[in-house]
Design a protein. Structure first.
Length: 390
């Protein structure tokens, strides 16, 4: 199998590299938790926006760059290699694409431009205390009242809810219909009266997600995307068909490389000679290479066969997130007492030490967010191995 770039792909890769080299501010670091990308972030986002690279997968007519699947892959790869953060998330990945495909012209012209500025945060109101893996059992109710819907209920684990301007909300509009068919997709103004956001601090000590409570929140009927009771099907829409997770694979390899560098240069020479440490670093490096191979396999399915990956994307998600946890555990062993340092402690070089304690704690959530490891295994068992449903 030939994974080399074609001349066109190589040219695009050089273009992305050159752009990063000349335009990405050198003092910009990815922050812990949500947002917080440090100095230079605003200027960087503006440069991406000017180039239509805030939502590069969107069609050109909607302000994207209309990149092909392969170009998206290269773009994501190079951004990850350069360790530069990007805007995006729910706004470019879910809300925008759903509007492009299912929204009215009025909705598109109201919401899309501010997403493309890269400044407006959207959040996703899907999960509830009683509905996560089995999302279709959600209970938040929206009842029609004149020109509005009145929403009551609760969402949980709402990432970025505290800084979001808009929420994409799934709420039940027909309690008598089969559970997938009574759900509607709404846009909700996070400043609406009756809507309360309560912070949830994760075990890594950062404020990323929230609880969101709805008490008689009025949502105008023109804020429905698509048709009433068809929300479940809309919730699957994305325009970025690039699902290889190359960014995750590159990040894993860089994490191991940094640890190898630490072992080589640390004052404690026993570290680099210790067989247990050496073997563990080798294992992680082999695994990071395997994660890259998985990404390449997925992208070749997408680019060459023109189909979205099925269970292969679950394989990469499962493997990549569990690998993150293994790398974090290896890091704490390699770093020894340094591993306990916190990036917020004065005098600690956060880029060197504090981030490992953080990633050890934060990576626990990797195997829950975006579908748990058990759910990925169920998908692989049925769609990949052809086993019957449990
Ligand atoms: C960091 C983070 C950010 C998140 N951000 C958002 C967000 O922005 N918006 C949003 O709506 N949600 C968000 N979520 C919620 C996330 O989607 C859910 O946590 C996830 O889908 C799991 O649902 P649950 O927590 O209700 O667990 P449950 O579904 O109750 O699962 C509990 C346990 O049972 C297992 N389990 C459940 N069903 C099965 C099954 N059929 N077979 C085998 N095992 C099963 C699970 O794997 C898990 O171990 C976020 C979660 C995290 C951790």
């Amino acid at each position: 199998m030939n994974y080399n770039d074609t001349p066109e792909e190589a040219a695009f890769r050089s273009e992305v590299r050159a752009f990063i080299e000349t335009e990405a501010p050198k003092n910009m670091a990815r922050g812990e938790g949500f947002g917080g990308a440090g100095e230079g972030w605003k200027a960087w986002v503006k440069k991406l926006a000017d180039r239509h690279w805030v939502a590069p997968a969107w069609p050109k007519e909607y302000g994207g760059a209309g990149l092909s699947v392969m170009e998206q892959f290269i773009y994501n790869w190079e951004m990850a290699e350069a360790r530069v953060p990007r805007p995006g998330g729910i706004a470019t990945g879910f809300a925008g694409p759903t509007l492009i495909v299912h929204g009215t012209e009025e909705q598109k012209s109201k919401y899309l431009p501010e997403i493309l500025d890269g400044e407006t945060v959207w959040c996703q109101g899907y999960s509830e205390p009683g509905a996560g893996s089995d999302l279709a059992s959600l209970q938040t109710r929206a009842i029609r009242d004149g020109d509005d819907y009145v929403v009551n209920g609760q969402k949980i684990w709402t990432s970025g809810g505290h800084i979001a301007k808009w929420m994409i909300l799934l709420a039940r509009t027909d309690p008598d219909a089969p559970k997938h068919r009574g759900i509607t997709y709404f846009i909700v103004d996070m400043k609406s009266p009756g809507l309360t956001v309560r912070p949830l601090i994760n075990m890594a000590g950062t404020h990323e997600f929230n609880e969101v409570f709805f008490e008689d929140v009025r949502v105008p009927k023109q804020n429905i995307i698509g048709e009433e009771n068809r929300g479940w099907y809309l919730a699957q829409t994305t325009l970025s068909f690039e699902r290889s997770n190359i960014g995750g694979a590159v990040g894993a390899r860089q994490g191991v490389e940094d640890l190898v560098q630490f072992a080589k240069t640390a004052g404690v020479s026993t570290l680099r000679h210790n067989p247990a440490v050496r073997y563990e670093l080798v294992d992680r490096m082999v695994e990071a290479g395997l994660a890259t191979q998985m990404s390449l396999k997925i992208i070749s399915i997408q680019a060459k066969e023109g189909v979205a990956p099925g269970h292969e994307a679950s394989v990469a998600k499962l493997y990549g997130t569990e690998l993150n946890q293994r790398i974090a555990r290896t890091a704490l062993k390699v770093l020894g007492l340094y591993g306990q340092l916190d990036s917020k402690t004065e005098g600690v070089d956060a880029s060197k030490f504090g981030r490992y304690k953080y990633s050890y704690l934060r990576s626990i959530a990797n195997t829950i967010e975006g579908g748990t490891s058990e759910i990925q295994r169920n998908i692989i068992a049925t769609r990949g191995l052809g086993l019957p449903r449990a």
